[in-house]
Every structure is written in C-alpha cells, then in structure tokens.
Ligand binder design. Structure first.
Ligand code: NAD
Ligand code: UD1
Length: 339
C-alpha cells in the first residue's frame, strides 16, 4: 500500500487527482485548509470512487498540523497542489502569495525531510517559461523571471525543491509544469468552482453558456496568430490527473529531479474555444472583442514528448470532451458546490 499525501486535494486539480489515485490503487490522504475549496467536494469524491478518502483540515504553513499527519501515517510521497493561484490577486497581495506558496512549501519540505519522506511531486506551471522565444515549449526552454508574484512563487518553489534534492541525493523531486487545465469529471459531480467572477477563460465561457454572465470579452484580436487571438494548450483535468499517477509510478523512490510538461501539444486560439463551445451548446456563444489583457503571452503550448517517452503518459481527451465536461459540470452545478 502506497500512501500519498495530497496537499490542496480538495481543490480543482487535486480532487480529480485523488480519484485517479484511488482508481490506480494508491491510498491518498487529503490535506487542505479549504481557503479555496468547499467540504462538499469530499462527499462527491466518495460518491465517484465508492470510498471515503481521509481528509485533514490543515494549513501547510503550520508545521504542527503537518507533523500530526506524518506522525499518524507512513507517508510515501506528497503531491503538492496547495497554493494560491490568482494572478491578479497576487499582484495586489504579493506577500500573502510568497507566504502561502513559498513559505508553505518550505515548511512542507522541512517536515518531509525530518520524517524521511523523500518523494515530492509539485504543481508547477507553464508560466515559468514566460513569453516563449519559440513554441512548442520543451522542458529545456529557458525559465524566465515571471511577470507576476504568482508565477515567481512557482519558480522559487521549483528552485527550493531542486536545492534540497542536491543536498539529499535520495530525495526525488518531480516538477510537473501544467499548461491550461480545463474540463471536469465526466460524472458532472466535481469541477472547477471559482470564487466570484472567473479570471480564466474556460470557467468564464461556461458561465456565459449557462447565462450566469452575459458575454465573453476576448482580450485582444490583434496578436500575430492565425485569427489574432492568443494561443494556449488546454488540457482536460482528468488527463492531467492521470499525468500525476504516471509520474508517481515512474518517479517514486528514484531520486533526482524530474521535470515534465503536462499539455496536449495542441495550441488552440480563444476563438477556437468560443467556436467549440458554440458547437457544444448548439448556438453562438455571446462574445465581443476587448483590449489586450496586461501580462498575456501570445502563444504557449507544450512539446509533451518527454512525458510520453518517460512516463508513458499522453493526454487523450479532445477539445470536444473538454467543452462537454465543463458545460455539464456548470449546468448541473450552477452555483458550484453551494447547491
Ligand atoms: P485550487 O485553488 O482549486 O486548489 C488549491 C487547493 O489548495 C485549494 O483546495 C485550497 O483550499 C488549498 N490551499 C491553498 N492554500 C493552502 C494552505 N496554505 N494550506 C492548505 N491548503 C491550501 O487550484 P487548482 O486549480 O486545483 O490548482 C492546484 C495547483 O496547481 C496550484 O498550486 C496551482 O498554482 C497549480 N496550477 C494550476 C493551474 C490552473 O490553471 N488551475 C495551472 C498551473 C498550475
Ligand atoms: C493565466 C495566467 C497564468 C496561469 C494560468 C493558469 C495571466 C496573465 N496568466 O494564464 O499565469 O498560470 O492562467 O491558471 O493571468 N481570455 C479572454 N477572456 C477572458 C479570459 C481569458 O479572452 O475572459 C483569454 C486570455 O487573454 C488568454 C486565454 O483566454 O489569451 C487564456 O486565458 P486564461 O484562461 O486566463 O489562461 P492564461 O492566460 O494562459
């Protein structure tokens, strides 16, 4: 039995990963302070996997709360999702982001070191590549100074984990750089539940589709791309969750630093997404062009071949799957987990 502590396991990507871990025969334990999640997700996870997944309410910055879990369980590895993730908010509250994300990760790594738990899998982001010099992005593409405190915390945590690995050679550090996670579990029971008006494209699109928001503003149509709108690599959250299971299988107890891009390798424009959504709902999704959003990169998509080669993992869900599952989740849960 392999026990995996999943920090932030009640959140969007964490909850989907917990389910795939159970399905693959692992024993996940959720550790979350519910700053951006609702306890209702736990019953939904139970319903999907037919098993009650243990959950500890705690904050990664509080050593004692983490220690309790490590004392009571033999933790074989940690998948570390816990963190704040709103780019705009991070610009307004940089110190809160450094405290929660960087300091929280430091405390977690410290406890792992002290309890001899040497497998660390971290939720990094394609944001570490900044504005790419060329696409697709490989894991060797340069990491650039981030243009937001949020992005910088990802870079800082990557470096901190790598430095620790250098000091403790048997430590295994896996850095998973996600591209744009979207979609929801096909059951329609769990999905992304943003607070307030969404910042990211897919939750905004789904809220326009169900009439919760009137119209999508497309930020910029004068970029040097095929239709003038930005290009991203959207990946279904269940494929992403399976990427974590593949990473555990491959990297557990291997020592060293392992870095993987988790994306599909396909770049879609904002207009491609609008068109796919219009098709899914059978009518044109209301949209209009608006000025560019500060800090947006023109295009960003992965070369996912390293993960395919070494982890034997590939994203298989299509754009149609992503839009259908996002829409299904939003339709079934117009107020997220609050229903
Ligand atoms: P999320 O907000 O849904 O999940 C994060 C979870 O961590 C939440 O449940 C929150 O309550 C918890 N949390 C936050 N701070 C905590 C703390 N101090 N102690 C304990 N729990 C804490 O976000 P998500 O979309 O599931 O993202 C998960 C991870 O993946 C984050 O680290 C995020 O930065 C990273 N990531 C996300 C995306 C994306 O587009 N969603 C892209 C790249 C990387
Ligand atoms: C954003 C963050 C990035 C983070 C990622 C995943 C910024 C500048 N970047 O990236 O750091 O890692 O989320 O959480 O915030 N769009 C619209 N209208 C909208 C919303 C988005 O046109 O209402 C466009 C954006 O301009 C972009 C694309 O849709 O071209 C995707 O946007 P989004 O979902 O926010 O993701 P990223 O920009 O890739």
């Amino acid at each position: 039995m392999t026990t995996i502590l999943v920090t932030g396991g009640a959140g969007f990507i964490g909850s989907h990963t917990v389910i795939e871990l159970v399905k693959a025969g692992y024993e996940p334990i959720i550790f979350d302070n519910f700053s951006n999640a609702k306890p209702a997700v736990l019953a939904r996870i139970h319903k999907i996997c037919g098993k009650r997944v243990p959950c500890c309410f705690g904050d990664i910055r509080v050593r004692q709360q983490l220690e309790t879990v490590f004392k009571e369980n033999k933790i074989d590895g940690v998948i570390h999702f816990a963190g704040l993730k709103a780019v705009g908010e991070s610009v307004k509250k940089p110190l809160e982001y450094y405290d929660n994300n960087v300091n929280g990760s430091r405390v977690l790594l410290e406890v792992m070191r002290d309890y001899k738990c040497s497998n660390f899998i971290f939720s990094s982001s394609a944001t570490v590549y900044g504005e790419p010099d060329k696409v697709p992005l490989t894991e060797d593409s340069p990491v650039k100074r981030a243009n937001s405190p949020y992005g910088q915390t990802k870079i800082d945590i990557e470096y901190m984990a790598e430095e620790l690995q250098r000091a403790i050679p048997e430590f295994s550090v896996t850095l998973l750089r996600y591209f744009n996670p979207v979609g929801a579990h096909e059951s329609g029971l769990i999905g992304e539940d943003p607070r307030g008006i969404p910042n990211n494209l897919m939750p905004y699109l789904t809220q326009v589709a169900v009439g919760k928001l009137p119209i999508l503003n497309i930020f910029g149509n004068d970029y040097p791309t095929k239709d003038g709108t930005c290009i991203r690599d959207y990946i279904h959250v269940v494929d992403l969750a399976l990427g974590h299971v593949a990473a555990i299988k491959h990297c557990l107890n291997q020592g060293g630093v392992h870095i993987y891009n988790l994306g599909t390798g396909i770049g879609y424009s904002v207009l491609d997404m609008v068109n796919a959504f219009s098709k899914a709902i059978g009518r044109e999704l209301p949209h209009q062009f608006a000025p560019r959003r500060a800090g947006d990169v023109v295009q960003c998509y992965a070369d996912p071949s390293k993960a395919a080669r070494e982890l034997n993992w590939k994203a298989v869900r299509t754009l149609e799957d992503m839009t259908r599952d996002s829409y299904n989740w939003q339709k079934n849960n117009p107020n997220g987990y609050d229903d």
